[in-house]
Design a protein around this ligand. Sequence first.
Ligand code: HEC
Length: 128
Amino acid sequence: MVRMQKAWLAVLAVVVTGAVGVAALPSTAIAEVQCNGTTKPCPLQKWMRDNAGTPMASGDLAAIVKGIEKIQTFGGPDMKDWTKLAKKTVDDLKANKTDDVKADCKACHDAYKAAYKANAALRKRPIP
Ligand code: HEC
């Protein structure tokens, strides 16, 4: 009888740890959804800081080209001119036109930053 109880405890332990493992997955996803735009940046915001803001500050235009090329299709139907704006940014980056690049960054921010921040579906959209 004692042996039976021990076996049950072992089964129970496996079931419980298994359940904890699965439960841990969605909470990571939830953490991303619950970004707040400041201390918990949203996916695109964090991406922009790391792949556009930081290399821009150090003048590494080639690194930004690679990054912006990757997010060219991020906009979708909610941000219709996204791809066009991204392509212009890439063209000016490749041509080393720093002032035009700055204007390109601003053009897209003026067009879509507010829309992105106000749209929960966009805010949780992962970077391609
Ligand atoms: C095709 C559109 C687009 C282009 C081009 C673009 N951005 Fe962004 N960027 C955005 C959007 C939308 C956000 C808003 C995300 C947020 O802050 O929540 C953003 C946010 C940022 C942030 C984060 C700001 C914050 O509050 O944390 C930085 C830094 C940034 N961009 C730098 C740049 C730089 C530098 C360039 C030019 C080399 C650039 N971006 C080009 C769309 C773009």
